[in-house]
Design a protein around this ligand. Structure first.
Ligand code: SAM
Length: 281
């Protein structure tokens, strides 16, 4: 069954009495080339186990299952779960789990995959894009990559380099845990119903950067630096109530890593944040 065909989607949904739930970010993909790009971007082989977030009515699940050894799809909408189970009854490599990805302990699931390499692929629900990505990255899971559809604007923030207005705490965090790239931009016509924003597929290849800094110190400084973007770094740090250095000491610290005292947090590279974090605490 062609699960990207709008008529097929309508027919399946009306037969099962299912309606699109906007509140759950249900915008289903209806463009095969996008599915193909997510599958190719995920570098799936028979020895790959894929965790899919939010299968919807299963178009990406199906595309992944054609190539992967195993696909486990986690769907919060309990109305979709029996439908998915019946659609994939003939696939012995697909498992549907009813649950909230943010509350799911992924470690036992990943352990159950044995020596298969694990990748995450999804057309994410946009209302919780950042919490999902941060959960996947911060939990230090033994996964190889995350290839996901997100709002285009979020994708641009994820890959942004220092100096631009898109560069912020999300860019630093994702780039600390992975190497991220935009695979393609996707127009709203590729979804049913179409979302109000453009989208993009982002691929994050997992690999924590060794910056020679304690992670807590690093992220504390990043958070302080971006809390008020318009302030200079010195004012952001001294306004954060955590750091004990006075402004003269902060000036010295900032200049010691080759930066100007008027600098704002948004121009610092990951390496510079790490260097400074080691000095200011
Ligand atoms: N994969 C399908 C596709 O590409 O057509 C559907 C993608 S749709 C953008 C997002 C899916 O995530 C929906 O099926 C929605 O019900 C599900 N979802 C929303 N919040 C979730 C959560 N917290 N945990 C798991 N799934 C969730």
């Amino acid at each position: 069954m062609k699960l990207t065909n709008p008529e097929v989607i309508h027919s399946i949904m009306s037969k099962s009495g299912i309606k699109f739930k906007k509140g759950l970010g249900q915008n289903f993909l209806i463009d095969d080339s996008v599915l193909e790009d997510i599958v190719v971007g995920s570098e799936i082989t028979e020895n790959t186990a894929v965790i899919e977030v939010g299968p919807g009515i299963g178009c990406l699940t199906q595309a992944l299952a054609e190539k992967a050894g195993k696909v486990v799809s986690i769907e919060i909408d309990r109305g979709l779960v029996p439908l998915l189970n019946s659609l994939f009854v003939a696939y012995n490599n697909v498992e549907i789990i009813e649950g909230d990805i943010l509350k799911t302990d992924l470690i036992p699931l990943i352990e159950s995959f044995g020596d298969m390499e694990v990748r995450v692929a999804a057309n994410l629900p946009y209302y919780i894009t950042t919490p999902i990505i941060m959960k996947l990255l911060e939990e230090d899971l033994p996964i190889r990559s995350i290839t996901v559809m997100v709002q285009k604007e979020v994708a641009e923030r994820i890959v942004a380099k220092p100096g631009g207005k898109e560069y912020g705490a999300l860019s630093v965090a994702v780039q600390y845990y992975s190497d991220a790239q935009i695979i393609r931009v996707v127009s709203s016509e590729c979804f049913m119903p179409p979302p109000k924003v453009d989208s993009a597929v982002v691929k994050m290849v997992i690999g924590k950067k060794d910056l020679g800094v304690d992670e807590k110190k690093f992220f504390r400084l990043v958070k302080a630096a971006f809390a008020q973007r318009r302030k200079t770094l010195i004012n952001s740090i001294s306004g954060s109530n955590f750091y004990k250095m006075d402004k003269a000491q902060l000036k010295e610290a900032i200049e010691s890593i080759g930066l100007n005292e008027k600098v704002r947090g948004e121009v610092l590279s990951l390496e510079q944040f790490a260097q400074l974090a080691n000095i200011v605490e």
